[in-house]
Unconditional design. Structure first.
Length: 116
């Protein structure tokens, strides 16, 4: 499956120093509610809704899964540890590739290679 090119509608949740972002369901619900409200508001005004959320943190799988309820694409580090430098390299490569207008699929593959 080829993923589409995205506009500028994305959100990043960076966390460093090995803090986990598993979060409670209550916290995830608050983030989901905020993203849904934002998307409804900007769509009503003809603006760009958030389509992509990047959670650049360890153990972000549960939050990423929950966010799938309100955005088209979520990128997280599932149930694995990620070092600060690896996380920074990943995001830098991802955002550069997206900024070049590359598809999400190509950008994600580039970011994974850059952070290895």
């Amino acid at each position: 499956m080829t993923l589409p090119r995205l506009g500028l509608g994305f959100c990043n949740f960076p966390v460093t120093a090995r803090r986990e972002v598993a979060g409670s369901r209550k916290e995830a619900s608050a983030i989901i509610d905020a993203l849904r409200a934002h998307n409804r508001h900007v769509e009503a005004k003809g603006g760009q809704r958030i389509q992509l959320v990047v959670i650049n943190a360890c153990m972000s799988g549960p939050l990423a899964q929950a966010l799938c309820e309100c955005v088209d694409f979520v990128i997280g580090h599932a149930h694995s540890e990620v070092g600060d430098q690896e996380a920074l390299s990943f995001c830098e490569a991802l955002y550069k590739a997206l900024g070049r207008g590359w598809s999400l699929d190509r950008s994600l593959k580039t970011a994974k290679r850059a952070s290895e």
